[in-house]
Design a protein around this ligand. Structure first.
Ligand SMILES: *[C@@H]1O[C@H](CO)[C@@H](O)[C@H](O)[C@H]1NC(C)=O
Ligand SMILES: *[C@@H]1O[C@H](CO)[C@@H](O)[C@H](O)[C@H]1NC(C)=O
Ligand SMILES: *[C@@H]1O[C@H](CO)[C@@H](O)[C@H](O)[C@H]1NC(C)=O
Ligand SMILES: *[C@@H]1O[C@H](CO)[C@@H](O)[C@H](O)[C@H]1NC(C)=O
Ligand SMILES: *[C@@H]1O[C@H](CO)[C@@H](O)[C@H](O)[C@H]1NC(C)=O
Length: 361
């Protein structure tokens, strides 16, 4: 029964996991394939929430935003799949790597509301690009080109989930509710019901179908319900949780990564984090698997009309995304303007100026 929720998602995030952690994972499932080191199996968590300390940072890996590349540069990062959460930092590690204590991706997103870290680093990418990438990545016709390791369950569900969406154009043409997030999809998250393709498309784009992992865990979900949530303080007044947010934009990943390291470096770091370490990281960064240029059967091709529909449906995603950008400590006005430029290019029919004017907290 739980298996429906067991959806693999990600490609590669390697160094967070020492090899021994794989053998420690107990699988209670006959359909689960043996995980390779490079593919992290997602299963329902049974671990209790682990405590986190306030003076460390949590790294939040939004799906399809280059987070796996970043995770390959993080030496620690406790998460559900790591065997032990003992921290072992090396003086020569990058300042960010030393700072990050917990790593939050699909299996651990649920822990975010309770996490104690005062600071969070979130990997982000333009919502249109992220959404399209998430949708095409799991397309059954594309998965073998990405060498995506899937569970048998996923392989079985893939064709059902995508039977309404042979192409991106087909998906977009089914979106008929403008910017509204209401869908007539009265099913549980773990149900894929393709009898009404239009409603399935609506439910898919608005994060109501668990199979589409990275659309399910979208900006709205993570930002509004897990990261920047409100909480009742003692007086019963709802206040925004005091959390410091930093972002790493996929569009400027290396630039943001190095700048963030400089920003959070302590005096100790400055003397220990040497040029050699940076170069070493740059090499790792460049050798990380890059699937951007891969030729796959189902492409990003879309008509102008289709793009407009998709963009309208993504309005709420853009609102959450720009909210995150606006609270991010490491983003200045130029950085935000650049994100806005990309957004305008992707979605010329949306009004981003209005979104940016809405409250800066
Ligand atoms: C595996 O799952 C079954 C059914 O959910 C349960 O009865 C059994 O105890 C589980 N076995 C282990 C080793 O967890
Ligand atoms: C988690 O850590 C906080 C602060 O260090 C502490 O007050 C709290 O008791 C801890 N909670 C658990 C469950 O260990
Ligand atoms: C720290 O990292 C350096 C460079 O990667 C390595 O040579 C050294 O052995 C590491 N030290 C420890 C204690 O792991
Ligand atoms: C949807 O569009 C309407 C009309 O343009 C607008 O008033 C409303 O604020 C939009 N809703 C969202 C969630 O963006
Ligand atoms: C990945 O490949 C694309 C297209 O081939 C290229 O534009 C991009 O810069 C590459 N990204 C990295 C991080 O190397």
């Amino acid at each position: 029964m739980c298996l429906v929720l067991v959806i693999t998602c990600c490609s590669v995030y390697v160094s967070l996991f020492v090899s021994s952690s794989w053998s420690n994972i107990k699988t209670n499932s006959t359909t689960e394939t043996t995980p390779r080191r490079h593919d992290v199996p997602q299963r329902r968590l049974t671990l209790p929430p682990r405590n986190s300390s306030s003076n460390t940072a949590g790294f939040v890996h939004m799906g399809k935003t280059g987070g796996s590349t970043i995770s390959s540069l993080l030496q620690n990062g406790c998460n559900s799949l790591s065997g032990s959460c003992e921290r072992s930092t090396n003086l020569t590690d990058s300042p960010v790597s030393k700072w990050v204590e917990h790593y939050y991706h699909v299996p651990d997103f649920w822990r975010l509301p309770q996490a104690n870290h005062r600071s969070f680093i979130v990997s982000i990418r333009d919502p249109y690009d992220r959404t399209v990438s998430a949708l095409l990545y799991h397309h059954p016709e594309n998965t073998k080109f990405y060498q995506l390791q899937q569970t048998t369950r996923q392989q079985k569900l893939g064709p059902l989930a995508y039977q309404c969406f042979p192409t991106l154009e087909a998906f977009a043409s089914l979106l008929q509710r403008g910017n509204s997030t209401d869908c007539n999809y009265p099913y549980r998250h773990n149900v894929i019901e393709p009898s009404d393709c239009s409603e399935l498309a609506c439910a898919t784009i608005h994060g109501k179908v668990r199979f589409f992992t990275h659309l399910f865990f979208n900006y709205r979900n993570i930002v509004e319900t897990k990261l920047l949530l409100s909480e009742n303080n003692d007086n019963g007044i709802v206040t925004e949780k005091q959390r410091q947010v930093y972002v790493l934009r996929q569009e400027h990943l290396w630039e943001d990564w190095t700048a963030l390291n400089k920003l959070v470096a302590t005096a100790d770091d400055k003397s220990n984090w040497k040029e050699a370490a940076i170069n070493n990281e740059a090499n790792k960064f460049q050798s990380h698997r890059n699937i951007t240029g891969l030729n796959v059967p189902v492409t990003r091709e879309i008509s102008q009309q289709g793009r407009h529909k998709l963009c309208l449906a993504l309005e709420t995603e853009y609102i959450a995304y720009f909210r995150l950008l606006q609270v991010a400590i490491n983003m200045n006005d130029n950085d935000v303007a650049d994100c806005q430029r990309i957004a305008r290019q992707n979605c010329p029919n949306l009004n981003f100026a209005v979104m940016l004017r809405t409250k800066k907290s």
